[in-house]
Design a protein around this ligand. Structure first.
Ligand code: SF4
Ligand code: F3S
Ligand code: FES
Length: 254
């Protein structure tokens, strides 16, 4: 087991402002960035605020920016950095700072509430639902989401544009709309809900210009852009420009 001293810069402050502070910390084999943050708390700054829970990449709590890239601190191995490299840890940039590395992610909970839940089909008991395996697999990919909000943080539509937040749900919640719209048993249309129209007019699907940054940072490897956002755009365009789809939706609404 070898240990070495590494240089870290950690953002400290609150909603009023703050700055980067320098720390020199011992690093051991196999450690991750969250271990280092814990060592800073234990030895140099006991009041350093950080949110974490599972230390296994499953709770989505320890999201931060490491050398400017949105990452889970518990899944970022120190071995990916050169020993003489300064590692800079800052809070998620797209959300307001509460203190140090902790941000207020309530924007995401508000957006979650704006997406209507799955509408069960009428006349089919819950245990009697039947779906093709291919449809099950499609939803399962999206359901791997751990709600770390790294994709929400990295998307340029809101990252530097606070003014877009009201109109844009972000990749995580557009993916949720896509999942429900592709669900073969979702009876939203029969209940008068048009998920494709809502994707465009209420959740800001048109703001996404397919840069794929969300997909690149997803720790679950979900192909957000290719498997959710692009198909949702195609379905929404079909609804708008195909006269038969339009006519069908009018008839179903009666
Ligand atoms: Fe995190 Fe991926 Fe879910 Fe986005 S889609 S919140 S990056 S797990
Ligand atoms: Fe943003 Fe992802 Fe679209 S990063 S622009 S939601 S492809
Ligand atoms: Fe749970 Fe990192 S502590 S994902």
């Amino acid at each position: 087991m070898t240990a070495y001293d590494a240089r870290f810069r950690v953002w400290r402050g609150d909603a009023e402002g703050g700055s980067l502070r320098d720390f020199t910390v011992e690093v051991h084999d196999g450690e991750v960035v969250l271990d280092i943050v814990h060592r800073i708390q234990a030895t140099q700054a006991s009041d350093l605020a950080v949110r974490w829970n599972c230390k296994a990449g499953k709770c989505g709590s320890c999201s931060a920016e490491v050398n400017g890239r949105p990452r889970l601190m518990c899944m970022t191995r120190m071995s990916v950095f050169a020993r003489d490299e300064t590692v800079t840890i800052t809070p998620l940039r797209a959300f307001p700072v509460v203190r140090d590395l902790v941000t207020d992610v309530s924007f995401n909970y508000a957006k979650a509430r704006e997406v209507p839940a799955f509408v069960p089909p009428e006349g089919v008991a819950a245990g009697a639902y039947r779906m093709q395996q291919v449809d099950v697999e499609r939803s399962q990919e999206f359901r791997k989401c751990i709600e770390c909000f790294l994709c929400q943080d990295t998307c340029h539509v809101v990252r530097d544009h606070e003014e877009n937040k009201a109109a844009f749900a972000g990749p995580r919640f557009l993916m949720r709309v896509a999942e429900l719209d592709m669900h073969p048993l979702d009876a939203a249309a029969e209940a008068g809900l048009d998920r494709k129209r809502a994707a465009q007019e209420e959740h800001g699907l048109g703001y996404c210009n397919i840069t794929k940054c969300c997909t690149e940072v997803c720790p679950e490897g979900i192909r957000i852009t290719d498997n959710a956002l692009i198909p949702l755009k195609e379905r929404a365009v079909d609804r708008k420009y195909d006269p038969l789809v339009w006519l069908g939706s009018r008839i179903r609404r009666r």
